[in-house]
Design a protein around this ligand. Structure first.
Ligand code: HEC
Length: 111
């Protein structure tokens, strides 16, 4: 029993943080439909609408920037929105799985 508990814990942890290819593919579809107009097709923060914002949409490929955004903060920004970006609230548009998948996809863009 003593040994089982840590094993179960780490299995759960692995399950939570691993994402397989289908998650990423679904995440990419969600991204292209909802995020690319601002964050850009490749996540560099250079979508067609990016210029209208100050501060600019985050460059998801920038590892220094992404290191400052925890997974919790990331999901909060999508679900609850951001104070000065009116259309950033996707909680009513995306299913929880879609939020998780798009988070996994965007995190896979970091260089
Ligand atoms: C209407 C334009 C627009 C759309 C659409 C958009 N974003 Fe953003 N996003 C921004 C802007 C602008 C910022 C930077 C705001 C700031 O720095 O305060 C930002 C910042 C973020 C951040 C960083 C938040 C933080 O706490 O620093 C995340 C994460 C993010 N966007 C994810 C997404 C995802 C995922 C989608 C699609 C589901 C999306 N965004 C769609 C404009 C957009």
């Amino acid at each position: 029993m003593k040994i089982l508990l840590p094993v179960a814990f780490f299995t759960a942890l692995l399950f939570t943080f691993s994402s397989d290819a289908s998650d990423l593919l679904r995440g990419r579809t969600v991204y292209e439909r909802n995020c690319a107009t601002c964050h850009g097709g490749y996540g560099k923060g250079d979508g067609p609408r990016a210029e209208t914002f100050n501060p600019k949409p985050v460059d998801f490929t920038d590892s220094a920037v992404m290191a400052t955004i925890s997974p919790e903060r990331f999901e909060r920004a999508i679900v609850l929105g951001l104070p000065h970006v009116a259309e950033h609230r996707f909680g009513h548009l995306l299913m929880p799985e879609e939020v998780r998948d798009v988070t996994a996809y965007v995190r896979s863009l970091v260089r």
